[in-house]
Design a protein around this ligand. Structure first.
Ligand code: ARG
Length: 345
């Protein structure tokens, strides 16, 4: 039996490569360990976010006169992958010069919680169009994984089963411009609550008149006033799950006509629409296989339908969790014992 135990330990250690090794995020996503009551604040004309308020948001920075300048936002979807927008990188030829800052709120005074990484690989969507902003999505692979803690967490990417339009508690965050005219970027992360706006309304006359694609989400207010703005691109549009205390990354900040104008809300790239693209590009795997998905039998009783949880539908994992690995191994143990006894397996 000792031999078995030893084998178990060796297998546990070996079946996950160090590169994508389990990281201490505990198999969760969308959580805000610092715990906040939501205030109604805004990005344009905004209010400062508290440290750890949006633990998946990162600042993508470029070198500038001896220092660095914030160019775009992004969201951690795994310890080594950041989801962001394609438009941030049309001129970025030197990805090695860029850096990604996680765990920060105040960009000019990075606290001890900040984790700075370089970019190993940049994957811009192959059909991104800078004219129409179609497929405005990109992935950055970090040089090494971030460590999850109270200030650094992963966002949950929803697959097709989440009914995004039913989510009501949605928030934007970023270091972008605080007024449409002033430009520049905020030093302190700004946050705001927004509403998802029906695509038909968003595409109607007086609004965006057909410029919104099926893979976009509009969010903001019909009367304007609260919106993302220049420098917020790539950052998260998140919505709280309907029945639990975690957040879905539903959109990536993409574009808008001006900022915070009436009937010209922010336009976001739908992450749900690009779920398969993200999986294919990163090689990440959903934490739970499709066989564990809600059965059709449940759909007639929506209230009881098992919901996607941070550890199910939307969680992308570079590696099975230790618990999952142990479960897999234990189920195969009898087979292994029979093998040791020389029986047929
Ligand atoms: N493309 C912009 C950027 O460079 C983001 C614009 C968002 N605009 C808006 N009105 N919501 O950061």
């Amino acid at each position: 039996m000792d031999l078995l135990l030893l084998l178990l330990v060796v297998l546990l250690a070996a079946c996950c490569p160090a590169h994508g090794a389990w990281d201490g995020c505990g198999g969760s996503c969308g959580l805000r360990p610092m715990g906040f009551r939501y205030s109604k604040s805004r990005v344009v004309g905004g209010t400062d976010a508290l440290p750890g308020a949006w633990p998946w948001v990162v600042s993508i920075e470029a070198p500038l006169e001896g220092g660095t300048a914030h160019i775009c936002g992004g969201s951690l979807i795994s310890p080594q992958w950041v989801l962001t927008s394609a438009q941030c990188f049309i001129e970025a030829r030197y990805i090695t010069a860029l850096r990604v800052v996680a765990g920060a709120t105040h960009l000019t005074q990075l606290g001890p919680e900040a984790q700075v990484r370089s970019i190993k690989r940049m994957l811009v969507h192959q059909h991104y169009s800078s004219v129409t902003q179609r497929n405005d999505i990109a992935l950055l692979e970090l040089d090494r994984p971030v460590q999850c803690n109270s200030y650094v967490q992963l966002a949950c990417v929803p697959d097709a089963s989440l009914r995004v339009s039913e989510l009501t508690a949605c928030y934007i965050s970023g270091w972008g411009a605080r007024t449409a005219r002033a430009g520049g970027s905020a030093y302190v992360l700004q946050e705001a609550q927004v509403r998802l706006i029906d695509t038909r309304v968003c595409n109607s006359s007086g609004w965006y008149r057909g410029a919104i694609h099926s893979h976009n989400i509009c969010a903001g207010y019909p009367q304007g006033g609260i919106d993302t703005c220049q420098g917020d691109s790539g950052g998260p549009l998140v919505c709280q799950d309907k029945s639990a205390d975690y957040f879905w990354l539903v959109g990536v900040t993409s574009w808008g006509m001006g900022c915070a104008r009436a009937r010209k809300p922010g336009v976001y790239t739908s992450t749900q629409h690009f779920y398969d693209w993200i999986l294919a590009q990163t090689g990440l795997r959903p934490a739970v296989t499709t066989t564990a998905r809600p059965q059709p039998a449940f759909t007639s009783t929506p209230a009881q339908r098992p919901r996607p949880t941070p550890t199910a539908a939307g969680r992308l994992t570079p590696c099975p969790s230790p618990a999952q690995k142990l479960r897999d191994l234990l189920t195969r143990l009898p087979e292994f014992v029979r093998f040791l006894r020389g029986e047929k397996v």
